[in-house]
Design a protein around this ligand. Structure first.
Ligand SMILES: Nc1ncnc2c1ncn2[C@@H]1O[C@H](COP(=O)(O)OP(=O)(O)OP(=O)(O)O)[C@@H](O)[C@H]1O
Ligand SMILES: [Mg+2]
Length: 386
């Protein structure tokens, strides 16, 4: 019996808890694979929010779960547990495979490392394909729109060529034009430059930057550090778990294994505006990494007059001076005008990893040295010699 059209209509629902500015929300996402050897957990409870208009890169060792994570967002694969909300829609609850596939065609552009253009179709026909698939834009309008997209990526002269007749860089540009065919708000790319020379890779990233400037959201897995430096946020995944960005930004030289340890061992603390985090002469037994907000480092004059020697924010750390020199707090540290969220790592864990990671210890020591110099200058200003 034929199902009435109304009951076959997409049951995609807006998620009630979705953040209005979020493009991607993962809540406790677990992915397990089973094979002959048993069950293997690839994603171990991933929580992540990516906001509209963000350009986000994801890095991690081979096998750490990057592609699996992207597949959760695109709906190519499904999570074992947890929730995935994309563009306000819960893409797994009460949705059939074909509804999800239709939704994907209209809302997502996907780019892979190996282009995956259909070899028997011209570039123009490849770009028209997604519009045909989800039946978007008038039939007569599609060739013109596809041509405009090819023009955008600089391939209008090659529109009627088969993929094999253009370079690999041009094939990837055509794949990007195809991904943008239905004007999706989100582009997801899995190592889009992994198979390209530096120049072609740069062209692709410039194009991505242009899309982001127009308000698109882009999530890109990459191995190339010269590309991660051009994104707004860089996420690191280690053995199926995301590293807290406060850790990776504060201590970028750490091994991923250590970053993950810090992520798990550190305690999240929130301070209200102007609340004291460390008081002068207090014993310091944590290393602090700022997740959100800013803190002021304040010196006090004998007259009780205060002097703010520095203001530091998300991705920076404090407390190292005391931990590395084994002393008490030399200054007051307190939240600036807005609430501050920090990760507080116990002293012993910090010391152990600094011992195991001389490159990080060295980087922290250099920052410490700079701060000591700045403090010396400030001290002289606060208590002028006569
Ligand atoms: N369909 C599957 N069935 C079983 N195991 C899988 C499947 N897909 C991925 N895995 C395993 O999950 C782990 C993570 O794979 P994933 O492809 O996400 O890694 P990745 O970070 O993208 O690695 P790479 O940098 O090599 O692309 C790997 O150990 C992989 O073998
Ligand atoms: Mg991969």
């Amino acid at each position: 019996m034929k199902t009435p059209r109304s009951s076959r209509k997409a049951a995609l629902v807006r998620d009630a808890e979705s953040h209005p500015d979020a493009m991607i929300e993962l809540r406790g996402v677990v992915k397990k694979f089973s094979n002959a050897a048993g069950v293997f957990t690839v994603l171990k409870g991933v929580d992540l929010t990516i906001y509209r208009g963000e350009f986000v890169s994801i890095v991690g060792k081979s096998g750490s779960g990057k592609s699996t994570l992207l597949n959760m967002v695109t709906g190519i694969d499904h999570p074992t547990d947890g929730k995935v909300v994309v563009h306000g829609t819960d893409i797994y609850t009460g949705v059939t495979e074909s509804q999800r596939s239709n939704w994907r065609g209209k809302n997502l552009g996907i780019v892979f490392q190996f282009f995956q253009l259909l070899p028997m179709l011209t570039l123009l026909e490849n770009v028209m394909l997604p519009m045909d698939y989800v039946d978007m834009y008038d039939f007569d309008e599609r060739p013109q729109r596809a041509m405009e997209l090819l023009k955008l990526v600089g391939l209008e002269k090659f529109a009627n060529k088969l993929p094999v007749l253009v370079s690999t860089g041009q094939q990837q540009l055509a794949a990007i034009a195809r991904a943008m065919a239905c004007d999706p708000p989100l582009l997801v790319a899995d190592e889009p430059t992994g198979n390209l020379d530096t120049r072609s890779a740069d062209t692709i990233i410039q194009l991505f930057e242009q899309f982001v400037a127009q308000g698109k959201t882009i999530v890109m897995v990459t191995h190339d550090p010269s590309l991660t430096s051009r994104t707004h946020r860089n996420l690191i995944i280690s053995d199926g778990e995301l590293i807290d960005e406060a850790v990776s930004r504060s201590l970028p030289q750490l091994r991923h294994r250590h970053m993950l340890e810090f992520t798990k061992l550190a305690e999240k603390r929130v301070y209200q505006p102007h609340e004291t985090i460390l008081s002068r002469n207090q014993n310091v037994d944590h290393f602090f990494m700022i997740r959100q907000g800013e803190v002021d480092v304040v010196l006090q004059q004998k007259s009780n007059k205060e002097y703010v020697i520095s203001r530091i924010g998300a991705g920076e750390f404090f407390g190292e001076m005391e931990l590395m020199r084994g002393g008490k707090s030399v200054a007051n540290v307190r939240a600036a005008e807005s609430p501050v969220e920090v990760l507080a790592l116990p002293r012993a864990e910090f010391a152990r990893v600094m011992d195991e990671s001389p490159i990080t210890a060295d980087a922290v020591a250099k920052i410490l040295q700079k701060r000591l110099e700045a403090q010396k200058i400030a001290d002289q200003r606060v208590t002028p010699r006569d």
